[in-house]
Design a protein around this ligand. Structure first.
Ligand code: PGA
Length: 249
């Protein structure tokens, strides 16, 4: 079978450890027959421990520090995540960039550290509404990709998420043409940066919900979704997983 589509649920600062475990149990019991889709849960750090998952379910962390250990109060190392059987780490989410002042240089450090572990980064990129209105979307995306991937010699285990900032948590989804153009452009940049291996999955994120998922997954170049709000409810999350799965079958 060719590459699977991916549905990733970013819970952000929601769900206690017990709520998260119950949620995963419920989701698993609703969708037992998934073969063409990879599902990744992103609980808060406290929900990562003792959450063993098997295919097609995988575990991701919302953040990490780039150092292996030391005096970094409040931070979590990649090794700690690895011991929780985490496979993926979100990097460069716009909330980290905007609310926690993560710069492209910091994101680059995190990606370098993740790359030297066996975990895999999901790098989020996306423009602000001002960039889009001023026709600067491409420049902005290129700038983020080039700076975030500086010194990274292979993106073989990477996932990229295109998340226009103005569509995150706003109920306003990018339209088909905007998504197609952004994904094609990201692909073209990756091809230039990595002429040999550049076919990492590109997810769309930004107000994906049960009403639009069926249409959005059909856009050429969309390999799945990174979902915030709609990933918190078992019915909406599993309905989106089914739409993605059925599209592939
Ligand atoms: P949203 O969030 O689906 O609630 O818009 C997406 C994200 O932040 O990844």
């Amino acid at each position: 079978m060719d590459k699977k589509n991916i549905v990733a649920g970013n819970w952000k600062m929601n769900k206690t450890p017990l709520e998260g475990k119950r949620f995963i149990r419920e989701v698993k019991s609703i969708i037992k027959d998934i073969h063409c889709t990879e599902i990744i849960f992103f609980p808060a750090f406290t929900g990562l421990f003792d959450t063993q998952l098997n295919n097609p379910f995988h575990l991701g962390a919302q953040n990490c520090h780039w150092e292996t250990s030391g005096a970094f109060t409040g931070e979590i190392s990649i090794e700690m995540l690895n011991e929780c059987e985490v496979e993926y780490i979100l990097v460069g989410h716009s909330e980290r960039r905007q609310l926690f002042n993560e710069t492209d240089a910091v994101i680059n450090k995190k990606i370098r550290s993740i790359q030297s572990s066996k975990l895999k980064p999901i790098l989020c990129v996306g423009e602000t509404i001002d960039d889009r209105k001023s026709g600067l979307t491409k420049d902005f995306l290129k700038g983020q990709l080039v700076k975030n991937l500086e010194g990274i010699d292979s993106i073989e285990n990477f996932i990229i998420a295109y998340e226009p900032i103005w569509a995150i948590g706003t109920g306003e989804t990018a339209n088909k043409e905007q998504i197609y153009n952004a994904h094609s452009y990201i692909k073209s940049i990756l091809k230039k940066l990595y002429p040999n291996k550049n076919n990492c999955p590109i997810l769309y994120g930004g107000s994906v919900n049960t009403k639009n998922a069926k249409d959005l997954i059909q856009i050429s170049g969309v390999d799945g979704f990174l979902i915030g709000g709609a990933s918190l409810d078992k019915d909406s999350f599993t309905s989106i997983v089914r739409d993605v799965e059925n599209f592939r079958r």
